[in-house]
Design a binder for this molecule. Structure first.
Ligand code: HEM
Length: 452
């Protein structure tokens, strides 16, 4: 579908065949990003990876992510962080299950708990957790609360998902009619103050250790690389801040939303919860939590996440792609400077590729092996080709472990006033897509008390 947004051409690819044209056959032509205000003002003038135009800097950033940040050894070395944070999370939920009225657990909003868990895991892996205090408590070295960082990240996602009129009608840009650019500039100041503090602190710690310094968190790795004279493109301080922001943003918004969507779906089909807990009891037993190396032994649970990714891909239209030269796509000429949106949401519901496409049926992933990492163009939760999500391994580890342990550790109930068919499936659309109405629920522990 060809559209015109203001002064610029926009194409929407809504079928697997067209997605393959843009993301595989002509990948090099469409691997750039449009130069929108969000990338300029909230991402260090396109110096993060997500908004960087296709070219030498982006290629280098991708190589750094794949070889230095998301390599198996480093991700494994952070497993202890994920275990500790998961345990804190499950203990908090246990506390909620004990303090309700009438002997029932206290109702809580799953989204809030999931976001807190995901943010504390990611911040520890990216920059260690010493920069955060609880509200109203002034710990040495803390300059912000986790809630404040969460608010900043929420705003980042909001501003990166809006349609800013000035991006599409350049002569209106200066007026900033919706006030978004002002909000972006304000947000930039808040992030920059935080990033500066973290970088100074990391540098001081490294200088003090001198030759004994060993990079621990992801910021350590980026800082060390910024001193490497052999890099093709110098990694300036702004580049480090941009990449650090990618890691915080990419890692914190995505995983909670997938788990949240999963609960919205499985509450409407309680037999799925029963089947998943039966698998957990059989494979894991009730005397321990699920560990990351158990995950491959739980195929039904894995199929639940895959089905969520099909029906509720977070990047409904992926991030926008942009053509760097004229190109002939399936007989149509697409001019240089066209923005391409790949409608992954409708692709995942295409009846030509999916039986009963609107139904949530995890079993379809058990019947046959279906790729979710970009080889199958009827299912693209992480995109495909050059711009495919570099953080998918980490994202999937967090999502799979969280769902497994939530189902293993607790019995889940809706509030008494709600029936399964009342669960709202409406979407709140932005750069990522979340359930519009967060679910409130009650839980009961399933495992022996000493495990919590
Ligand atoms: C399971 C959770 C995740 C999902 C569903 C997801 C999905 C996506 C999608 C759809 C894209 C856009 C691809 C395109 O434009 O073609 C993307 C890009 C990206 N993701 Fe993820 N992501 C997840 C987790 C993560 C994590 C944990 C990180 C980092 C810590 C991350 C970092 C990024 C970055 C930096 C990009 C931009 C890549 C580029 O422009 O070259 N993501 N992700």
């Amino acid at each position: 579908m060809q559209l015109k947004f203001g002064s610029y051409p926009v194409l929407v690819a809504s079928s697997p065949e067209m997605a393959k044209q843009f993301l595989k056959i002509h990948d090099t032509v469409f691997a750039s990003r449009p130069a929108l205000a969000a990338g300029k003002y909230t991402s260090y003038n396109y110096l993060d990876m997500a908004w960087a135009p296709y070219g030498a800097y982006w290629q280098q950033a991708r190589k750094i992510y794949l070889t230095e940040i998301f390599n198996t050894k480093r991700l494994d070395s952070y497993e202890y962080i994920r275990i500790e944070e998961s345990h804190n999370f499950l203990s908090c939920l246990y506390a909620l299950s004990q303090f309700g009225l009438d002997g029932c657990g206290k109702p809580f909003v799953l989204k809030e708990q999931l976001s807190r868990y995901s943010l504390s895991s990611m911040t520890r892996m990216v920059l260690s957790n010493k920069y955060f205090s609880e509200p109203k408590c002034d710990l040495e070295g803390s300059i912000i609360t986790l809630d404040e960082l969460q608010e900043m990240l929420d705003q980042w996602f909001f501003l990166n998902g809006v349609i800013n009129i000035g991006d599409w009608i350049p002569w209106l840009c200066i007026l900033d009619m919706q006030g978004y650019v002002k909000q972006m500039k304000d947000l930039y100041k808040k992030f920059d103050r935080f990033h500066e503090y973290v970088l100074d602190d990391h540098k001081a710690k490294r200088d003090a250790l001198d030759k004994d310094f060993v990079p621990k968190d992801m910021v350590d790795v980026l800082l060390l690389l910024s001193e490497n004279p052999n890099l093709e493109v110098k990694l300036t301080r702004d580049c480090v801040k941009g990449l650090m922001q990618d890691l915080l943003a990419g890692g914190t918004d995505t995983s909670p939303a997938i788990v949240e969507w999963t609960f919205h779906e499985i509450f409407r089909k309680p037999h799925i919860i029963e089947k998943a807990t039966e698998e957990l009891d059989r494979v894991i037993g009730r005397e321990r939590w699920v560990e990351e190396n158990d995950l491959s032994k739980l195929p039904y649970r894995e199929s639940i996440i895959n089905e969520t990714l099909r029906l509720h891909p977070l990047g409904t239209l992926l991030a926008p792609h942009f053509s760097v030269e004229d190109c002939n796509v399936s007989g149509y000429s697409v001019s240089k400077g066209t923005t391409v949106l790949v409608n992954v949401w409708s692709i995942g519901r295409n009846p030509k590729y999916w039986d009963a496409p609107e139904e949530y049926l995890p079993g379809r992933f058990l019947d046959k092996k279906i790729d979710i990492l970009g080889q199958n163009f009827a299912l693209l939760p992480f995109g495909s080709g050059r711009r495919r999500c570099p953080g998918y391994k980490l994202g999937l580890k967090i999502v799979h472990s969280a769902l497994a342990n939530l189902l293993h550790g607790f019995k889940w109930k809706l509030l008494k006033t709600m029936k399964p068919e009342d669960v709202c499936m409406e979407e709140h659309y932005g750069l990522t897509t979340h359930p519009k109405v967060p679910l409130e629920m009650i839980i009961e522990p399933r495992l022996p008390i000493h495990l919590y």
